[in-house]
Design a protein around this ligand. Structure first.
Ligand code: CP3
Length: 361
């Protein structure tokens, strides 16, 4: 075997559709509350904005799961809301309440006052992404991420998370031109922000349109898809080779539509059978996912079986193994370790399980 030559990280090879001995593996929200190291740091630095906007803290937190589990992807510790202050929408994340935007964006005048994104207001992003690349080298890929326009607009208009999205939907269904203006401004800002992340060192970008799964397909086509496309089109113009992943929570009803966004990889939640998802998305689309995050509360035997089932269902090539949504607070760290170890041995474990099946009765 050749040594000393740089290797291309598994995650980038899978993102290009290469057939590998095993899929790369990382976890959404892999840096966070289920880790004791994170909770200890959070006790010392209680402000989420400080943890994510002080570059040294963001670097340290991003590296906690890297040091503990060596995932194939290292995602920047940040939030989808992080760029909003740079267009004139301040926010806070309040313990046990989640994100708060006060005042929420509800009037044409507020939308007119939003400014184009100024990356100089986000210097910690450049510093953190550069440092992550230096630290992980070619052993893993560094991921950046952004919220997609619908989801960011939902936070901006609702002012917080929501179960019904009745305020933004009310705006969509009574003053659509006003909402389209907001979505357009957010899309252009997000495109600038994605380019900035790539230029700072991000090798893959995940777009979270987490709340687009609450839209009817008709409204998805009107308020979510065109703005995903607007971001993707602008980014691909300058950075055609950076793989883009799109994630939506509760996406089963709009999976084919997600494929029209122009991204390279669809991140599938766990309510969809992965083999079916691949058939629905077609052979050119790469996929990510999709084990139920709650499976990590099961026995290790259960976790192992679910991992191998998932990898079998996804088939060889163009699959990035992940959970179907973020890892849940309270997940035993030992099971997270087991998840990564098992996924990284999937080739041997699958061969072994086929031999077991092949043993004549
Ligand atoms: O994946 C990673 O490790 C990167 C970190 C990351 C965070 N937020 C850190 C975070 C990522 C990728 C996000 C994205 C994000 N943020 C999404 C899209 C992903 C998804 O879950 O669908 C959304 C919708 C948000 C908005 C947001 N920020 C929510 C709903 C919350 C949780 C509120 C709560 O208390 O449960 C946050 C805060 C947040 N962002 C936390 C973390 C680790 C928890 C805050 C804490 O440290 O206590």
């Amino acid at each position: 075997m050749m040594t000393g030559f740089p290797q291309t990280p598994y995650l980038l090879r899978a993102a290009r559709g290469e057939v590998l001995d095993r899929p790369p593996v990382w976890m959404m929200r892999q840096a966070g509350r289920y880790m004791k190291a994170y909770r200890d740091l959070r006790d010392k630095y209680p402000s989420f904005r400080e943890r994510s906007e002080n570059a040294d803290l963001a670097i340290e937190i991003s590296l906690q799961p890297w040091r503990a589990f060596q995932p194939d992807g290292v995602i920047l510790f940040s939030d989808i809301l992080t760029p909003l202050p740079a267009i004139g929408i301040p926010f806070d994340i309040v313990e046990s309440k989640g994100p708060i935007i006060d005042p929420p964006i509800r009037t044409a005048e507020q939308i007119n006052q939003l400014c184009p994104l100024d990356v100089e207001k986000l210097p910690f992003i450049r510093k953190a992404l550069k440092a992550l690349r230096d630290e992980v080298g070619d052993k893993a890929a560094v991921l950046g991420f952004v919220g997609a326009p619908w989801t960011l607009a939902a936070y901006a208009v609702e002012g917080k998370g929501s179960k019904s999205y009745s305020i933004i939907k009310g705006m969509a269904f009574s003053r659509p031109a006003m909402l389209h203006k907001l979505l357009g401004k957010i899309a252009d800002a997000i495109a600038v922000y994605v380019r900035y992340q790539i230029e700072s060192g991000a090798q893959v970008i995940q777009l979270f349109d987490s709340w687009a799964g609450h839209l009817s397909p008709q409204d998805y086509d009107t308020f979510a898809l065109p703005y995903q496309q607007r971001v993707v089109r602008q980014v691909k113009k300058t950075h055609p080779d950076t793989p883009l992943i799109l994630y939506i929570s509760g996406s089963a009803g709009v999976l084919e539509r997600m494929g029209q966004s122009g991204v390279d990889i669809i991140s599938v939640d766990w309510t969809v059978d992965m083999a079916e998802a691949r058939r629905r998305l077609g052979s050119n689309m790469k996929v990510q996912g999709n084990m139920d995050p709650a499976a990590l509360f099961g026995s290790q035997e259960f976790i192992r079986n679910r991992i191998l089932d998932n990898i079998r269902q996804a088939g060889n090539g163009g699959h990035i193994f992940n959970l179907g949504h973020g890892v849940l607070p309270g997940t035993p760290e030992d099971n997270v370790r087991f998840f990564f170890e098992t996924a990284k041995q999937a080739d041997q474990l699958l061969k072994h399980s086929e031999q077991l099946l092949a043993v004549p009765a």
